[in-house]
Design a protein around this ligand. Structure first.
Ligand code: AQP
Length: 341
């Protein structure tokens, strides 16, 4: 059975992009056909200026939303990254295999570092190195597949490179994983700027549909989506990114094909209306289940505690093997005897 690992950063409220690009597949497909682990990667949220209370709140909310979206702790392992020390243990060892040039080439670093400087802050070293932590997240579990949206493929490529390099230098230790992006909605775009990804750390508001948005809010955001001055509904990501984005969202929500759906519409207004209703329908059960789970926080805590125990037991043998392969003396598991006096 394939091993699957994926994660989500508590850097903002989960978006429709997170759901259609990743979480829905985790719930509907991956947890049923594989040995799957899903993680709130809270350490990744510390790589930029952050408010500790907000990260704490968003981490709990993200975990609750993963369960509300259909992850079943009987079928998969759900946990918080910071609860399993093996991720950071392995990350340092992989930093000893990665190069600084590789880190500086990461698109997300190139995009975010200037943003941090513009905000008047300095750039945290962790913003440069967190792709290695992400590699550790994946490699610690021997994952074969990493179901992610398109924006994460460069990070999975780096993970593959580090795994191959380590195996060549120190002996076969890691499974080399591969990214598995979804067929539709691999990159849901911002409704107000269809050339940018709908990202949760972007607070600009009306272009981003959050999973917990009320139906009226969803309808308003979709109806105001930026399209273009044309009239015909055509699926063309380059020439008509706004319309293509709506068609992709509609297709992902209803199970159709964006190109085929374009033929059903004679106006942008009708397309927006159907897209809005399809999104409202998809989000309704998630919001309802989220309300129920919020009424029972000890259930969510229990799931995360048991998930972390299971994850730790799965990751430890791999990380111990990495220690041995790279030349570190294994930690002694039995109590150390008193020295002879
Ligand atoms: N717009 C999107 N379309 C499709 N998939 C998406 N994902 C994120 N946005 C989209 C996928 O969701 C998973 C978790 O994402 P994440 O937490 O790593 O990233 P984010 O939601 O994009 O959060 P940020 O903080 O806004 O990220 P960045 O770092 O990009 O600024 C992933 O599988 C991702 O592909």
């Amino acid at each position: 059975m394939a091993r699957v690992f994926s994660g989500i950063k508590p850097t903002g409220h989960l978006t429709l992009g997170n759901y259609l690009g990743a979480v829905r597949r985790w719930a509907e497909v991956d947890q049923h056909r594989s040995d799957a682990l899903f993680c709130v990667v809270d350490l990744h949220a510390l790589t930029v200026e952050h408010d500790p209370a907000r990260v704490l709140r968003l981490s709990r909310q993200a975990a609750t939303l993963l369960l509300a979206s259909g992850l079943d702790p009987e079928l998969c392992t759900v946990f918080l990254q910071s609860h399993v020390d093996e991720h950071t243990r392995l990350s340092y060892l992989l930093e000893c295999v990665a190069t600084d040039g590789e880190m500086r080439r990461m698109i997300q670093y190139k995009e975010k570092a200037p943003r941090e400087r513009e905000r008047g802050g300095s750039v945290r070293l962790s913003l440069l190195t967190y792709p290695v932590l992400m590699a550790a997240d994946i490699l610690a579990y021997g994952a074969d597949e990493v179901p992610v949206g398109e924006d994460q493929t460069q990070h999975v490529e780096l993970t593959r490179d580090l795994a191959v390099r380590f195996n060549q230098r120190y002996g076969h230790t890691f499974v080399v994983p591969r990214a598995t992006p979804p067929v539709v909605a691999a990159r849901v775009m911002n409704l107000q700027d269809p050339t940018s990804k709908m990202g949760k750390s972007d607070d600009s508001g009306s272009g981003i549909v959050h999973l917990l948005d009320e139906p009226a809010v969803v309808r308003r955001k979709v109806m105001r989506a930026v399209t273009d001055s044309g009239r015909d509904v055509e699926y063309d990501r380059e020439a008509r990114p706004g319309v293509a984005n709506l068609l992709e969202i509609l297709a992902a929500c209803t199970g159709g094909d964006p190109k085929a759906l374009a033929g059903d519409y004679a106006s942008y207004g009708a397309l927006k209306k159907d897209t809005a209703e399809a999104v409202v329908e998809v989000l309704g059960p998630i919001r309802a289940r989220h309300r129920e789970l919020c009424a029972d926080p000890s259930y969510v805590e229990g799931v995360l505690r048991r998930g972390a125990e299971k994850a730790r037991a799965m990751a430890r043998p791999t990380v111990d093997a990495v220690h041995r392969a790279i030349g570190l003396v294994p930690a002694v598991s039995e109590p150390v005897p008193d020295p002879v006096r």
